[in-house]
Design a binder for this molecule. Structure first.
Ligand code: GDP
Ligand code: IMO
Ligand code: MG
Length: 426
Protein backbone atom coordinates (compact mmCIF):
# COMPACT_ATOMS: atom_id res chain seq x y z
CA UNK A 1 0.00 0.00 0.00
CA UNK A 2 2.91 2.43 0.80
CA UNK A 3 3.09 4.54 3.96
CA UNK A 4 -0.09 6.58 3.71
CA UNK A 5 -1.21 9.82 5.32
CA UNK A 6 -4.91 10.59 5.73
CA UNK A 7 -5.81 14.28 6.08
CA UNK A 8 -9.11 16.11 6.18
CA UNK A 9 -9.22 18.59 3.30
CA UNK A 10 -11.97 20.91 4.58
CA UNK A 11 -13.04 21.77 8.17
CA UNK A 12 -13.13 18.27 9.60
CA UNK A 13 -15.70 15.45 9.64
CA UNK A 14 -15.01 14.48 6.04
CA UNK A 15 -15.16 10.77 6.84
CA UNK A 16 -11.51 10.19 7.77
CA UNK A 17 -12.41 7.48 10.29
CA UNK A 18 -14.25 5.43 7.71
CA UNK A 19 -11.40 5.57 5.18
CA UNK A 20 -8.73 4.83 7.81
CA UNK A 21 -10.74 1.82 9.00
CA UNK A 22 -11.02 0.60 5.42
CA UNK A 23 -7.30 1.03 4.62
CA UNK A 24 -6.10 -0.32 7.98
CA UNK A 25 -6.52 -3.83 6.63
CA UNK A 26 -3.44 -3.27 4.44
CA UNK A 27 -1.28 -1.57 7.12
CA UNK A 28 0.93 -2.90 9.90
CA UNK A 29 0.29 0.08 12.17
CA UNK A 30 -2.04 3.07 12.39
CA UNK A 31 -0.80 6.23 14.11
CA UNK A 32 -2.62 9.38 15.20
CA UNK A 33 -0.24 12.35 14.87
CA UNK A 34 -2.06 15.48 16.06
CA UNK A 35 -5.17 16.77 17.79
CA UNK A 36 -6.88 15.06 20.67
CA UNK A 37 -10.39 14.11 21.67
CA UNK A 38 -11.75 17.14 19.84
CA UNK A 39 -11.86 14.58 17.03
CA UNK A 40 -14.78 12.24 16.51
CA UNK A 41 -14.12 9.54 13.92
CA UNK A 42 -17.03 7.28 12.97
CA UNK A 43 -16.63 3.70 11.82
CA UNK A 44 -19.52 1.56 10.61
CA UNK A 45 -18.91 -2.14 10.10
CA UNK A 46 -21.79 -4.36 9.04
CA UNK A 47 -24.25 -1.79 10.34
CA UNK A 48 -22.61 -1.38 13.75
CA UNK A 49 -21.37 2.12 14.57
CA UNK A 50 -18.29 2.93 16.63
CA UNK A 51 -17.14 6.51 17.36
CA UNK A 52 -13.50 7.00 18.30
CA UNK A 53 -12.02 10.19 19.75
CA UNK A 54 -8.45 9.20 20.54
CA UNK A 55 -7.75 5.59 19.65
CA UNK A 56 -6.61 5.21 16.01
CA UNK A 57 -9.39 4.12 13.65
CA UNK A 58 -7.59 0.86 12.82
CA UNK A 59 -8.43 -0.63 16.20
CA UNK A 60 -11.22 -2.89 14.90
CA UNK A 61 -8.66 -4.82 12.82
CA UNK A 62 -7.21 -7.44 15.14
CA UNK A 63 -3.45 -7.49 15.38
CA UNK A 64 -2.77 -4.08 13.85
CA UNK A 65 -0.65 -1.82 16.03
CA UNK A 66 -2.49 1.34 17.09
CA UNK A 67 -0.17 4.18 18.05
CA UNK A 68 -0.71 7.59 19.59
CA UNK A 69 2.06 9.89 18.43
CA UNK A 70 3.94 12.68 20.18
CA UNK A 71 1.95 15.33 18.28
CA UNK A 72 -1.30 14.33 19.99
CA UNK A 73 -2.72 15.87 23.17
CA UNK A 74 -4.12 13.01 25.22
CA UNK A 75 -6.78 13.23 27.89
CA UNK A 76 -6.00 10.13 29.97
CA UNK A 77 -9.53 9.89 31.39
CA UNK A 78 -11.00 9.85 27.89
CA UNK A 79 -8.37 7.33 26.79
CA UNK A 80 -9.30 4.93 29.61
CA UNK A 81 -13.03 5.32 28.98
CA UNK A 82 -12.50 4.62 25.30
CA UNK A 83 -10.43 1.48 25.86
CA UNK A 84 -12.93 0.23 28.45
CA UNK A 85 -15.74 0.67 25.93
CA UNK A 86 -13.79 -1.17 23.25
CA UNK A 87 -12.80 -3.98 25.61
CA UNK A 88 -16.48 -4.47 26.47
CA UNK A 89 -17.12 -5.08 22.77
CA UNK A 90 -14.35 -7.68 22.75
CA UNK A 91 -11.73 -5.53 21.00
CA UNK A 92 -8.12 -6.21 22.01
CA UNK A 93 -6.78 -3.04 23.67
CA UNK A 94 -3.72 -4.57 25.31
CA UNK A 95 -0.43 -2.64 25.46
CA UNK A 96 1.01 -5.18 23.01
CA UNK A 97 -0.86 -3.43 20.22
CA UNK A 98 -1.97 -0.09 21.65
CA UNK A 99 0.81 2.36 22.52
CA UNK A 100 1.18 5.98 23.55
CA UNK A 101 4.36 7.92 22.80
CA UNK A 102 6.20 8.91 25.97
CA UNK A 103 6.43 12.37 24.42
CA UNK A 104 2.66 12.84 24.01
CA UNK A 105 1.30 15.86 25.90
CA UNK A 106 -1.30 15.19 28.59
CA UNK A 107 -4.56 17.14 28.89
CA UNK A 108 -5.16 17.96 32.55
CA UNK A 109 -8.43 18.98 34.23
CA UNK A 110 -7.17 22.59 34.38
CA UNK A 111 -6.79 22.63 30.57
CA UNK A 112 -10.46 21.76 30.16
CA UNK A 113 -11.45 24.42 32.70
CA UNK A 114 -9.22 27.02 30.99
CA UNK A 115 -10.69 26.20 27.56
CA UNK A 116 -14.23 26.79 28.81
CA UNK A 117 -13.32 29.90 30.86
CA UNK A 118 -11.60 31.49 27.86
CA UNK A 119 -14.57 30.79 25.59
CA UNK A 120 -17.10 32.14 28.07
CA UNK A 121 -15.20 35.40 28.49
CA UNK A 122 -15.14 36.05 24.72
CA UNK A 123 -17.78 38.22 23.07
CA UNK A 124 -20.39 36.43 20.95
CA UNK A 125 -18.65 37.20 17.65
CA UNK A 126 -15.17 36.22 18.81
CA UNK A 127 -16.02 32.84 20.37
CA UNK A 128 -14.21 30.05 18.50
CA UNK A 129 -16.83 27.46 19.40
CA UNK A 130 -14.16 25.04 20.63
CA UNK A 131 -15.07 21.52 21.63
CA UNK A 132 -14.26 22.45 25.25
CA UNK A 133 -11.89 19.52 25.57
CA UNK A 134 -8.85 21.54 26.72
CA UNK A 135 -7.04 21.22 23.40
CA UNK A 136 -5.79 24.82 23.03
CA UNK A 137 -4.59 25.23 26.64
CA UNK A 138 -2.74 21.89 26.51
CA UNK A 139 -0.88 22.89 23.32
CA UNK A 140 -0.15 26.26 24.95
CA UNK A 141 1.63 24.50 27.82
CA UNK A 142 3.54 22.33 25.35
CA UNK A 143 4.84 25.41 23.50
CA UNK A 144 5.47 27.15 26.80
CA UNK A 145 7.66 24.17 27.76
CA UNK A 146 5.73 23.41 30.93
CA UNK A 147 3.47 20.62 29.65
CA UNK A 148 3.06 17.24 31.28
CA UNK A 149 4.20 14.49 28.94
CA UNK A 150 2.95 10.91 28.99
CA UNK A 151 6.28 9.68 30.38
CA UNK A 152 5.74 11.91 33.43
CA UNK A 153 2.76 9.73 34.38
CA UNK A 154 5.28 7.08 35.42
CA UNK A 155 7.27 9.59 37.49
CA UNK A 156 5.03 10.67 40.41
CA UNK A 157 7.47 13.20 41.85
CA UNK A 158 7.92 15.01 38.53
CA UNK A 159 4.17 14.84 37.94
CA UNK A 160 3.46 16.51 41.29
CA UNK A 161 6.12 19.18 40.66
CA UNK A 162 4.63 20.06 37.26
CA UNK A 163 1.06 20.19 38.56
CA UNK A 164 2.09 22.52 41.40
CA UNK A 165 4.10 24.78 39.06
CA UNK A 166 1.37 24.84 36.41
CA UNK A 167 -1.41 25.71 38.81
CA UNK A 168 0.58 28.48 40.46
CA UNK A 169 0.08 30.60 37.36
CA UNK A 170 -3.29 29.25 36.20
CA UNK A 171 -4.97 29.66 39.57
CA UNK A 172 -4.32 33.41 39.44
CA UNK A 173 -6.24 33.53 36.16
CA UNK A 174 -9.02 31.25 37.43
CA UNK A 175 -9.61 33.34 40.57
CA UNK A 176 -8.82 36.87 39.46
CA UNK A 177 -9.81 36.92 35.82
CA UNK A 178 -12.40 34.19 35.34
CA UNK A 179 -13.95 34.30 38.82
CA UNK A 180 -13.96 30.54 39.29
CA UNK A 181 -12.58 28.55 42.18
CA UNK A 182 -8.86 27.83 42.17
CA UNK A 183 -7.86 24.16 41.81
CA UNK A 184 -6.05 22.44 44.64
CA UNK A 185 -2.77 21.05 43.27
CA UNK A 186 -2.56 18.20 45.77
CA UNK A 187 -6.14 17.13 44.99
CA UNK A 188 -5.47 17.22 41.23
CA UNK A 189 -2.33 15.16 41.82
CA UNK A 190 -4.06 12.58 44.02
CA UNK A 191 -6.87 12.17 41.49
CA UNK A 192 -4.33 11.77 38.73
CA UNK A 193 -2.36 8.97 40.43
CA UNK A 194 -4.71 6.02 39.78
CA UNK A 195 -5.29 7.25 36.22
CA UNK A 196 -1.53 7.53 35.65
CA UNK A 197 -1.03 4.04 36.98
CA UNK A 198 -3.51 2.61 34.48
CA UNK A 199 -2.05 4.54 31.54
CA UNK A 200 1.62 3.77 32.33
CA UNK A 201 1.72 0.29 30.72
CA UNK A 202 0.81 1.87 27.36
CA UNK A 203 3.87 4.15 27.25
CA UNK A 204 6.25 3.36 24.41
CA UNK A 205 8.81 4.72 21.97
CA UNK A 206 6.33 5.14 19.12
CA UNK A 207 8.94 6.54 16.73
CA UNK A 208 10.95 3.30 16.99
CA UNK A 209 7.83 1.15 16.64
CA UNK A 210 7.09 2.92 13.33
CA UNK A 211 10.63 2.21 12.09
CA UNK A 212 10.31 -1.44 13.12
CA UNK A 213 7.00 -1.85 11.29
CA UNK A 214 8.55 -0.44 8.10
CA UNK A 215 11.67 -2.56 8.52
CA UNK A 216 9.45 -5.64 8.75
CA UNK A 217 8.12 -4.73 5.30
CA UNK A 218 4.74 -3.40 6.48
CA UNK A 219 3.22 0.01 5.85
CA UNK A 220 2.10 2.64 8.32
CA UNK A 221 -1.16 4.56 8.08
CA UNK A 222 -0.95 8.09 9.52
CA UNK A 223 -4.39 9.22 10.71
CA UNK A 224 -4.99 12.96 10.76
CA UNK A 225 -7.73 14.65 12.73
CA UNK A 226 -9.67 17.87 11.96
CA UNK A 227 -9.24 19.42 8.50
CA UNK A 228 -6.54 21.51 6.83
CA UNK A 229 -8.63 24.70 7.05
CA UNK A 230 -8.63 24.26 10.85
CA UNK A 231 -4.79 24.15 10.82
CA UNK A 232 -3.23 26.56 13.34
CA UNK A 233 -1.08 28.19 10.62
CA UNK A 234 -2.92 27.57 7.37
CA UNK A 235 -6.55 27.57 8.50
CA UNK A 236 -9.07 30.37 8.93
CA UNK A 237 -7.16 31.88 11.87
CA UNK A 238 -8.20 32.54 14.61
CA UNK A 239 -11.16 30.18 14.00
CA UNK A 240 -8.93 27.12 13.97
CA UNK A 241 -7.76 24.33 16.23
CA UNK A 242 -4.37 24.50 17.97
CA UNK A 243 -2.32 21.99 15.98
CA UNK A 244 -0.87 21.64 12.49
CA UNK A 245 -3.26 19.51 10.48
CA UNK A 246 -1.29 19.51 7.20
CA UNK A 247 0.30 16.27 6.01
CA UNK A 248 3.82 17.44 6.86
CA UNK A 249 2.95 17.16 10.52
CA UNK A 250 2.43 13.41 10.12
CA UNK A 251 6.22 13.14 10.23
CA UNK A 252 6.88 15.55 13.11
CA UNK A 253 3.85 14.37 15.08
CA UNK A 254 4.73 10.70 14.97
CA UNK A 255 8.52 10.74 14.91
CA UNK A 256 9.54 9.75 11.41
CA UNK A 257 11.23 11.48 8.50
CA UNK A 258 9.27 13.31 5.76
CA UNK A 259 10.54 10.93 3.07
CA UNK A 260 8.68 8.11 4.80
CA UNK A 261 5.36 9.70 3.81
CA UNK A 262 4.69 8.23 0.39
CA UNK A 263 0.99 8.43 -0.38
CA UNK A 264 -1.14 11.34 0.84
CA UNK A 265 -4.89 10.95 0.63
CA UNK A 266 -7.08 14.00 1.18
CA UNK A 267 -10.51 13.05 2.49
CA UNK A 268 -13.06 15.28 0.85
CA UNK A 269 -16.77 15.41 1.55
CA UNK A 270 -18.79 15.83 -1.68
CA UNK A 271 -20.10 19.09 -0.16
CA UNK A 272 -18.75 21.16 2.74
CA UNK A 273 -19.53 21.23 6.47
CA UNK A 274 -18.15 23.13 9.41
CA UNK A 275 -18.82 22.90 13.17
CA UNK A 276 -18.13 25.89 15.39
CA UNK A 277 -17.55 29.49 14.37
CA UNK A 278 -15.55 30.97 11.51
CA UNK A 279 -15.86 31.99 7.87
CA UNK A 280 -17.45 29.55 5.42
CA UNK A 281 -17.84 31.05 1.95
CA UNK A 282 -20.16 28.45 0.44
CA UNK A 283 -22.43 28.03 3.48
CA UNK A 284 -26.11 27.61 2.58
CA UNK A 285 -28.83 29.16 4.70
CA UNK A 286 -31.67 27.88 2.54
CA UNK A 287 -33.62 24.67 2.02
CA UNK A 288 -30.74 23.00 0.15
CA UNK A 289 -28.51 23.55 3.19
CA UNK A 290 -31.17 21.96 5.38
CA UNK A 291 -31.47 19.03 2.98
CA UNK A 292 -27.71 18.40 3.13
CA UNK A 293 -27.78 18.66 6.93
CA UNK A 294 -30.71 16.26 7.19
CA UNK A 295 -29.75 13.73 4.53
CA UNK A 296 -26.10 13.75 5.62
CA UNK A 297 -27.05 13.41 9.32
CA UNK A 298 -24.69 16.32 9.90
CA UNK A 299 -24.33 16.43 13.66
CA UNK A 300 -20.90 16.66 15.34
CA UNK A 301 -19.58 13.25 16.44
CA UNK A 302 -17.96 14.86 19.49
CA UNK A 303 -20.25 17.65 20.67
CA UNK A 304 -23.51 16.73 18.91
CA UNK A 305 -23.75 20.26 17.47
CA UNK A 306 -25.52 20.73 14.12
CA UNK A 307 -22.95 21.06 11.35
CA UNK A 308 -23.21 24.05 9.03
CA UNK A 309 -23.55 22.88 5.42
CA UNK A 310 -22.71 24.28 1.99
CA UNK A 311 -21.46 23.57 -1.52
CA UNK A 312 -18.07 22.14 -2.40
CA UNK A 313 -15.34 24.80 -2.41
CA UNK A 314 -12.51 24.21 -4.90
CA UNK A 315 -10.52 27.17 -3.59
CA UNK A 316 -10.33 25.40 -0.24
CA UNK A 317 -9.49 22.07 -1.88
CA UNK A 318 -6.79 23.43 -4.19
CA UNK A 319 -5.11 25.10 -1.22
CA UNK A 320 -5.19 21.80 0.67
CA UNK A 321 -3.78 19.91 -2.32
CA UNK A 322 -0.88 22.37 -2.50
CA UNK A 323 -0.17 22.50 1.24
CA UNK A 324 -0.33 18.72 1.64
CA UNK A 325 1.10 17.40 -1.63
CA UNK A 326 -2.05 15.31 -2.05
CA UNK A 327 -1.57 12.27 -4.25
CA UNK A 328 -5.32 11.65 -4.44
CA UNK A 329 -8.74 12.43 -2.97
CA UNK A 330 -11.13 10.06 -1.29
CA UNK A 331 -14.54 11.58 -2.06
CA UNK A 332 -17.07 10.77 0.66
CA UNK A 333 -20.82 11.13 1.15
CA UNK A 334 -21.50 11.34 -2.57
CA UNK A 335 -24.78 9.52 -1.86
CA UNK A 336 -26.02 12.53 0.13
CA UNK A 337 -26.21 14.59 -3.09
CA UNK A 338 -28.66 12.15 -4.71
CA UNK A 339 -31.98 13.84 -5.43
CA UNK A 340 -30.65 17.37 -5.95
CA UNK A 341 -31.57 18.70 -9.39
CA UNK A 342 -28.60 21.08 -9.46
CA UNK A 343 -25.20 20.86 -7.80
CA UNK A 344 -22.95 23.91 -7.44
CA UNK A 345 -19.18 24.04 -7.19
CA UNK A 346 -17.34 27.14 -6.02
CA UNK A 347 -14.49 27.61 -8.50
CA UNK A 348 -13.11 30.97 -7.34
CA UNK A 349 -13.83 33.88 -4.99
CA UNK A 350 -14.79 37.42 -5.60
CA UNK A 351 -12.57 39.30 -3.14
CA UNK A 352 -12.98 43.08 -3.05
CA UNK A 353 -14.22 43.06 -6.63
CA UNK A 354 -11.32 40.92 -7.85
CA UNK A 355 -11.57 37.28 -8.92
CA UNK A 356 -9.11 35.21 -6.88
CA UNK A 357 -8.42 31.47 -6.80
CA UNK A 358 -6.71 31.31 -3.40
CA UNK A 359 -7.93 31.97 0.17
CA UNK A 360 -6.99 35.52 1.25
CA UNK A 361 -4.51 35.50 4.15
CA UNK A 362 -5.64 38.66 5.95
CA UNK A 363 -7.39 37.88 9.26
CA UNK A 364 -10.86 38.78 8.01
CA UNK A 365 -10.22 38.02 4.36
CA UNK A 366 -12.11 34.74 4.20
CA UNK A 367 -15.14 36.39 5.84
CA UNK A 368 -15.38 38.82 2.92
CA UNK A 369 -15.09 36.56 -0.11
CA UNK A 370 -18.08 35.76 -2.29
CA UNK A 371 -18.15 32.38 -4.02
CA UNK A 372 -18.10 32.24 -7.81
CA UNK A 373 -20.19 29.19 -8.75
CA UNK A 374 -20.36 26.77 -11.59
CA UNK A 375 -23.47 24.64 -11.85
CA UNK A 376 -23.87 20.98 -12.81
CA UNK A 377 -26.92 18.76 -13.22
CA UNK A 378 -27.60 16.41 -10.31
CA UNK A 379 -28.92 12.84 -10.30
CA UNK A 380 -31.88 11.08 -8.73
CA UNK A 381 -30.62 7.52 -8.42
CA UNK A 382 -29.87 5.96 -5.05
CA UNK A 383 -26.14 5.19 -5.29
CA UNK A 384 -25.65 3.59 -1.88
CA UNK A 385 -25.35 0.13 -3.44
CA UNK A 386 -22.93 1.12 -6.21
CA UNK A 387 -19.93 -1.15 -6.05
CA UNK A 388 -17.96 0.06 -9.04
CA UNK A 389 -17.33 3.40 -10.71
CA UNK A 390 -19.40 2.28 -13.69
CA UNK A 391 -22.40 1.74 -11.38
CA UNK A 392 -22.56 5.50 -10.73
CA UNK A 393 -24.96 7.62 -12.83
CA UNK A 394 -23.32 9.70 -15.54
CA UNK A 395 -24.06 12.97 -13.73
CA UNK A 396 -22.22 11.69 -10.64
CA UNK A 397 -19.24 10.61 -12.75
CA UNK A 398 -19.22 14.05 -14.40
CA UNK A 399 -19.18 15.70 -10.98
CA UNK A 400 -16.15 13.60 -9.98
CA UNK A 401 -14.39 14.36 -13.28
CA UNK A 402 -14.97 18.08 -12.79
CA UNK A 403 -13.49 17.95 -9.27
CA UNK A 404 -10.42 16.25 -10.71
CA UNK A 405 -10.15 18.83 -13.48
CA UNK A 406 -10.50 21.82 -11.18
CA UNK A 407 -8.05 20.47 -8.59
CA UNK A 408 -5.53 18.55 -10.65
CA UNK A 409 -5.91 15.71 -8.13
CA UNK A 410 -7.43 12.36 -9.03
CA UNK A 411 -10.27 10.82 -7.02
CA UNK A 412 -9.00 7.37 -6.08
CA UNK A 413 -11.71 6.36 -3.63
CA UNK A 414 -15.45 7.13 -3.69
CA UNK A 415 -17.59 6.53 -0.62
CA UNK A 416 -21.34 6.04 -1.12
CA UNK A 417 -22.48 5.23 2.42
CA UNK A 418 -21.21 5.08 6.00
CA UNK A 419 -20.47 1.34 6.01
CA UNK A 420 -16.95 0.04 5.41
CA UNK A 421 -18.35 -1.95 2.50
CA UNK A 422 -19.94 1.07 0.78
CA UNK A 423 -16.69 2.12 -0.85
CA UNK A 424 -15.51 2.16 -4.46
CA UNK A 425 -11.76 1.94 -5.06
CA UNK A 426 -10.88 2.99 -8.61
P1 GDP B 1 -14.27 12.21 10.52
O1 GDP B 1 -14.18 13.09 11.72
O2 GDP B 1 -13.59 12.79 9.33
O3 GDP B 1 -13.83 10.80 10.78
O4 GDP B 1 -15.82 12.14 10.13
P2 GDP B 1 -17.05 11.92 11.16
O5 GDP B 1 -17.08 10.51 11.57
O6 GDP B 1 -17.04 12.95 12.22
O7 GDP B 1 -18.27 12.30 10.22
C1 GDP B 1 -18.54 11.61 9.05
C2 GDP B 1 -19.95 11.04 9.13
O8 GDP B 1 -20.37 10.62 7.86
C3 GDP B 1 -20.03 9.81 10.01
O9 GDP B 1 -21.30 9.76 10.59
C4 GDP B 1 -19.86 8.66 9.02
O10 GDP B 1 -20.45 7.45 9.44
C5 GDP B 1 -20.59 9.21 7.82
N1 GDP B 1 -20.08 8.79 6.51
C6 GDP B 1 -18.80 8.55 6.11
N2 GDP B 1 -18.76 8.29 4.79
C7 GDP B 1 -20.03 8.36 4.34
C8 GDP B 1 -20.64 8.21 3.05
O11 GDP B 1 -19.98 7.98 2.04
N3 GDP B 1 -22.00 8.37 2.98
C9 GDP B 1 -22.75 8.65 4.08
N4 GDP B 1 -24.05 8.80 3.92
N5 GDP B 1 -22.21 8.80 5.31
C10 GDP B 1 -20.87 8.66 5.43
P1 IMO C 1 -12.54 15.55 13.34
O1 IMO C 1 -11.20 14.88 13.53
C1 IMO C 1 -14.80 19.26 13.10
C2 IMO C 1 -13.34 22.63 15.52
C3 IMO C 1 -14.23 23.08 16.66
C4 IMO C 1 -13.88 24.57 16.70
C5 IMO C 1 -12.40 24.57 16.39
C6 IMO C 1 -11.48 24.66 17.60
O2 IMO C 1 -13.70 14.78 13.87
O3 IMO C 1 -12.70 16.00 11.93
P2 IMO C 1 -10.80 22.90 19.48
O4 IMO C 1 -11.63 22.16 20.48
O5 IMO C 1 -10.01 22.05 18.58
O6 IMO C 1 -9.95 23.96 20.14
O7 IMO C 1 -11.88 23.70 18.57
O8 IMO C 1 -12.14 23.37 15.69
N1 IMO C 1 -12.99 21.19 15.53
C7 IMO C 1 -13.52 20.28 14.70
N2 IMO C 1 -14.50 20.39 13.78
N3 IMO C 1 -14.18 18.09 13.27
C8 IMO C 1 -13.17 17.96 14.17
O9 IMO C 1 -12.44 16.83 14.28
C9 IMO C 1 -12.83 19.08 14.97
N4 IMO C 1 -11.94 19.30 15.95
C10 IMO C 1 -12.04 20.58 16.27
O10 IMO C 1 -15.60 22.87 16.36
O11 IMO C 1 -14.53 25.24 15.66
MG1 MG D 1 -15.43 13.99 13.12
Amino acid sequence: MANTVIVGTQWGDEGKGKIVDMLAEQAGAIVRFQGGNNAGHTLVVEGEQCILHLIPSGVLHQGKKCLIGNGVVLDPEVFLKEIDGLAEKGVDVSPERLMISKKTQIIMPYHRLMDNCRESLKSADSKIGTTGRGIGPCYEDKMNRCGIRAADLADPELLREKIVAGLQEKNVLFEKLFNVEALDAEKVYQEMLPIAERVAPYLADVSSVIQDVNKAGQDVLFEGAQGVHLDIDHGTYPFVTSSNVVSGNAAAGSGCGPKQLERIIGICKAYTTRVGAGPFATELFDETGETLQKNGHEFGATTGRKRRCGWLDMVVLRETARLCDLTEFALTKLDVLSGLSEIKICVAYDYNGEKVDYPPQEQNGMAHVKPVYESMPGWDEDITKASSYEDLPEAARNYIARIEELSGVKVGIVSVGPDRAQTIVR
